[in-house]
Each structure stands twice: as C-alpha cells, then as structure tokens.
Write a protein that binds this ligand. Structure first.
Ligand SMILES: [Zn+2]
Length: 277
C-alpha cells in the first residue's frame, strides 16, 4: 500500500509534468471510485480546468485545479491509491482497470488505474478540503512538527506504539511498512505501550522515522507488490527494508531470528527481540 514516500514520489513527478497543463475532458469509466462528487459535477469541474500544482498530504495525492466553468466548485482532486491504485501518465499495462481518464490539451493522457478499486478519487470544494485536511494529523517531515508533539501524542494513548504511529489522525502518512522500519531503527518494540515512552525514546523514534522516510523518497519508494510511479516504474527501497516482510529471517544488525505477529490492527508486525526493547 503506497505510504508517504510512494505518494510523495507520485506527487513530485506529476507536479513537474502537469503544473500549468489544461485538462480538455474527463472520462469516468468506473464511478465507484469517486467520493464527495458525482460524475457530472466532476466532468464539469475538470473540462478546461488548469492544473495549478500537485502535492501530497498523508497518503493522498492532491491535484489543485482552477476550473474553467464559473459554477464549478471542485478545486482539488484527492487521489488515495490504497492497495492497487495508480496515477499514470503512460498507457496502463491493462486498460480494463482504468477508472478515470483525463485528456490533456497537449495530447497526453492522465489516468487513474485500479485493479481492486479500493482506492478513491475525491472531488473537494474549499470547505470539504479544509474539513479533510483538519481531520488528518501533522506531517512527520514538516520541520515545525516537534518531538514534544510526537511524545505528547504517544503519551496520551493507551495503544501500542506502532498502532499510534499508523493512526492518520495522530500522524499522517505512516503505514505498516514505515512504522515497522522506524521502530526497528529506533530500537523500540512495536507492541510496547505508547504511554511508556520516555522523551529521549520519542526523540530517537522521530529521528528514525524521518531518516527512513527520506531514504525511501530518495529511492522513489518501496515496491513490495503493487506500487508503481506515474511512469509505471517500481520504487527502489524494498532491498533496504530491515524488518518489513522479513519474518523468520535473521536481524540485519545482530543475527537473531526476527519475530512476527498479526496482533496489532491485523497487520503484520516484525521485530528483533534482541535489538528492540
Ligand atoms: Zn537484532
């Protein structure tokens, strides 16, 4: 599932490729991926719209649009790929899974492709967009996000550390891959009670989280199974994962056999019983 580094990779590529481009028309092939809009309202909003820019928020890609129609209120398309969603500037490998197709005035096509259709494309007016933003927690790479903010969030929870890291209302953009990896790097056991963390441990956790997210962004994300960038290419970070997907393999640091459980939120948690306390 695309997390912060993967959606950041898509957003940066699309911003470079699409800023200032005009959408001639939108074709909605599978309306069940739409949220907060109707096919008719979305078509009206994007016909002739200019793309002002593309950025990431949490695990979503936000396409900012200036609609041409004076009565169109949708100004942001919020694409959340979840499992198999992809925003592609190249022809998809299998067109059967194309959900939306945007024809650009310069002849290119941007399409939203999703095999399992668990991803969503929301059309937000200004009010809905502010509401959506407000429901999400702070961004871990935002320089104004401090260790005290993270520590406060962890201490105020009765849940396990890993569960808190993945809660999008408390911290945006971190999912199962990077929660596992950051906790390994910080030497913290994922099942530990969040409220038991000391300030210096929260500090190590924030540093580890930022390091692993930045390292993955530099390699254009992790393709474990499905993730592809806007040009259909794979990310390069999977070879650098220390624990995610490595249950029963030896720890990269000490050689101890890594343990795994599905006890936390039904997702696989992997840790080293020697290095993580
Ligand atoms: Zn170890």
């Amino acid at each position: 599932m695309p997390e912060l580094p993967e959606t950041e990779t898509i957003a940066r590529d699309l911003d470079a490729a699409l800023r200032g481009a005009t959408i001639d028309a939108g074709e909605i092939v599978r309306a069940d991926v739409l949220r907060d809009t109707t096919p008719a309202a979305l078509r009206r909003a994007i016909a002739g719209a200019t793309i002002r820019g593309v950025h990431r928020r949490a695990k979503s890609i936000v396409i900012d649009c200036a609609p041409a129609a004076p009565d169109a209120t949708i100004q942001h398309l919020v694409v959340t790929p979840r499992f198999t969603g992809a925003l592609l500037l190249t022809a998809p490998r299998d067109d059967r899974y194309t959900c939306l197709r945007f024809a650009l005035r310069d002849g290119r096509t941007l399409c939203y492709h999703d095999v399992r259709r668990l991803g969503t494309v929301a059309g937000h007016d200004m009010r809905r967009h502010a509401e959506w933003q407000g429901a999400l927690g702070p961004e871990p790479l935002d320089p104004t996000f401090t260790v005290d903010a993270l520590w406060g969030s962890l201490r105020g929870s009765r849940q396990a550390i890993k569960t808190v890291l993945m809660d999008q209302r408390r911290l945006a953009g971190v999912g199962n891959i990077y929660a596992n990896e950051a906790l390994f790097r910080a030497g913290l056991r994922p099942t530990r009670a969040a409220r038991s963390l000391r300030r210096r441990e929260a500090d190590a956790l924030l540093r580890s989280l930022r390091e692993v997210l930045a390292a993955s962004i530099a390699l254009r994300g992790t393709t474990f199974r499905d993730f592809q960038d806007a040009y259909g290419a794979r990310g390069g970070f999977a070879a650098h994962l220390a624990v995610y997907g490595r249950a029963d393999a030896p720890c990269v640091t000490c050689g101890t056999v890594l343990r795994a459980t599905h006890r936390l939120a039904g997702r696989q948690t992997v840790w080293c019983p020697t290095c993580q306390r």
